[in-house]
Write a protein that binds this ligand. Structure first.
Ligand code: IVH
Length: 680
């Protein structure tokens, strides 16, 4: 009876997983949702509940297991089974022809050479290993021979299958290596940087750096929150299975990967002649600008895999492939004005107002000059003709001035001694390039930007209240601090210009709805310098309530992985400010939620394993790995994947790996399962 009960639970769990995998594939790989979010959630929650009741049945390939592993303390190295080469470049059609001529010379005049052209996406090369259909590990390219094991971060990318589903009755290859470009969509990059800018955090240079930075995080929560994607461009069958087809062309390999559920680079084209190839490359130069990802060229590969083998490799790159690079687009235009904009934290940024030009597919009429140091170095003046381009093909940037064309009398824009909006003196903190307005409390620009931040989607998400409405509310002195928003009535809105009953009602309702946001949003909404959306999540997940956060000391804050001394100091100073104290009291009185529910585990701080870091190695006699990890976490311990000086215990099973030796070397005590259970 008991057995058949568990079997049916097991079957239900497997069938839920299968259904979720199918919908995931439709949504994240094919971009064709096959179910509503609500229905998906229902199935997902059923699986979560069953797995919670039967933790023994949790397997790493379950759709519930994408995020959730504890932060690592470092990444392990991985030696690639097959080296990841780089590519030779071609910058024009001559280079392409020369490449083709070399192919012909090596393969013989009579060889019919066909090509695959693929848009070269500008991200990060990754390699994934699947054994019997299960994702075993994923690694960065590194130096091509040795990379870093970033499996736990790659698992958070929804388009990467944790398990290759069985196709009908066809089993996946026994061992398959696949390679992809890990990417951050341009839109996500822009949003991330906007958040970071508003929070006074350093911005990423381009989507590639943002993607690389995300995948380098030891805490998988970070990449999980950043909407990364992976587009696959090749596979190597290391050990076929009974149903693995014989593949003789690159194109067939791509089709096979798609059939296994991998997401391919959609911009690819089979070409039989160099002419086709050149045409394709020219066509894509415009098309590429409407893709969600950055691309900087076209990868051209010999399609026939036997020909590839014959051509082989040079020291650095395959002879059978080449990367055609598009020339960067630079255009001259006129500087009509240089405006000074004042941000939420008081930063004063010079912005060049340009005569409109089309760059990388969109019209550009403003370009940030970042700060007065840069403005001075480039010596940009109103009336100048300048070269502009898009940095990383996204962000408009002034490259240089055409000095020969400089008109007779131009005036350089100097760093202002007073704020261009409120006239308060400006200041510059030591060690910072930013020039700031010194009146955070009264400067209308800073105040307006802070209110806009408060209602923004990343913060309290008040969608019925936009910038125009906020401006009127401030002008009429209906709001002074964000807490005042919560005292407004529908009638207050009706006294404003151009506001009808419906939008007044809408504004009121969305403000009220925002009283119940999770703590992380409230923390982000406060707009503390150096605290953005992600730090806010870390703080909420550590303290669970605003009160607890307010009581936190510098030391408590620095103890959080991801919070440094500068950020900690900023938080403590901000929260101790009498204005902040008052604001928080008013918000509380207005009914704004100040805490998250703490996950209900009663952890006993006197338990010998409380706060201790464990590393598991080898096979345990009775406990599954998941079981053991859960038991450790349940008593307040942590699990890490690698041994270091910070490791407190190694839980030692049969045939342990190199971790046991490392532990011994570092003098980390090890426990057998029996000892572990006894102390538990
Ligand atoms: S093939 C040995 N195909 O470009 C063959 N690479 O400069 C090398 N890349 O590290 C890879 N899109 O990160 C290939 N469709 C594509 C690609 C692509 C982007 C990147 C990849 C690689 C780099 C080589």
């Amino acid at each position: 009876m008991a057995v058949s009960m568990t079997q049916s639970v097991e079957q239900r769990i497997e069938s839920l997983r299968r259904i979720l995998r199918q919908h995931n594939h439709a949504y994240y790989v094919l971009d064709k949702p096959s179910i509503s979010d609500g229905e998906y959630d229902k199935i997902y929650q059923e699986l979560v509940a069953l797995e919670a009741q039967h933790p023994k049945l949790i397997t790493p390939d379950s759709p519930t297991q994408r995020v959730g592993d504890a932060p690592l303390d470092h990444f392990e190295q991985v030696t690639h089974l097959n080296r990841l080469y780089s590519l030779d470049n071609a910058f024009n059609t001559n280079d392409l022809q020369a490449w083709r001529d070399r192919l012909v010379k090596q393969l013989g005049e009579e060889a019919a050479i066909e090509f695959m052209a693929e848009l070269k996406l500008d991200g990060l090369a990754i390699s994934l290993m699947y054994e019997d259909g299960l994702l075993r590990y994923g690694a960065t390219r590194g130096n091509g021979q040795v990379g870093e094991d970033i499996t736990q971060n790659l698992r958070t990318i929804r388009s990467i299958p944790l398990k290759i589903p069985v196709q009908g009755t066809a089993a996946p290859p026994k061992k398959l290596e696949v390679r992809a470009e890990a990417l951050m969509p341009i839109a996500s990059f822009l949003r991330l940087n906007e958040d970071r800018r508003k929070a006074g955090e350093p911005e990423f240079m381009n989507p590639r750096n943002a993607c690389a930075g995300s995948l380098r995080q030891l805490d998988p929560q970070v990449p999980a929150s950043r909407n990364l994607d992976a587009l696959f461009y090749t596979g190597i069958i290391i050990e076929p299975g009974p149903d693995t087809p014989t593949i003789t062309t690159h194109q067939a390999m791509l089709d096979y990967l798609a059939s296994l559920g991998f997401k391919l680079n959609p911009v690819r084209q089979h070409c039989t002649h160099l002419d086709d190839l050149e045409q394709t490359i020219a066509q894509w130069d415009t098309q590429r600008h409407s893709m969600p990802f950055n691309s900087d060229g076209v990868v051209v590969k010999v399609n026939d895999l036997r020909q590839q083998d014959r051509l082989g490799y040079t020291a650095k790159s395959p002879r059978w492939a080449v990367a055609y690079k598009y020339p960067p687009e630079v255009k001259p235009t006129k500087v009509l004005d240089i405006e000074l904009s004042v941000g939420r934290t008081g930063n004063i940024t010079p912005v060049a107002v340009l005569e409109p030009v089309i760059l990388a597919g969109t019209q550009v009429q403003r370009a940030s000059l970042h700060n007065f140091d840069e403005l001075g170095e480039k010596d940009v003046r109103i009336g100048d003709t300048v070269d502009v381009h898009k940095a990383a093909e996204i962000i408009p940037e002034v490259l240089r001035v055409h000095l020969k064309q400089r008109p007779q009398k131009t005036k350089a824009v100097e760093p202002p001694a007073t704020c261009p909006v409120c006239d308060a003196p400006t200041m510059r903190k030591e060690g910072e390039v930013a020039l700031r307005c010194s009146a955070p409390k009264t400067c209308p620009a800073q105040r307006a930007n802070r209110f806009e931040h408060w209602v923004s989607r990343q913060a309290m998400d008040i969608d019925g209240v936009g910038p125009a409405l906020l401006e009127q509310l401030m002008e009429r002195e209906l709001i002074d601090t964000p807490a005042d928003l919560y005292t407004l009535s529908v009638n207050d809105f009706l006294t404003l210009d151009r506001i009808k009953e419906k939008s007044a009602q809408n504004a009121y309702t969305s403000i009220q709805a925002s009283t119940d946001r999770p703590l992380a949003r409230l923390i982000n909404a406060l707009g503390m310098p150096h605290v953005g959306k992600e730090t806010a999540v870390l703080l909420a997940n550590t303290f669970y309530s605003m009160d607890a956060l307010c009581r936190a000391s510098d030391a408590d804050l620095v103890a959080i992985d991801g919070v440094g001394p500068k950020v900690a100091e900023s938080i403590v100073t901000f929260l101790a400010d009498p204005d902040t104290v008052l604001l928080l009291e008013d918000l509380k009185a207005a009914g704004v939620r100040m805490a998250d529910e703490k996950p209900e585990t009663k952890v006993d701080a006197s338990h010998p394993f409380f706060g201790k870091t464990f590393v598991l190695t080898g096979t345990l006699p009775t406990l599954g790995r998941q079981d053991a990890e859960e038991k450790i976490r349940a008593v307040g311990g942590k699990v890490s994947s690698s041994v270091s000086k910070k490791t407190d215990f190694v839980l030692l099973g049969d045939s342990p790996g190199s971790k046991a030796a490392k532990a011994e070397q570092l003098g980390v005590p090890s426990l057998s399962e029996a000892e572990f259970l006894a102390q538990l």
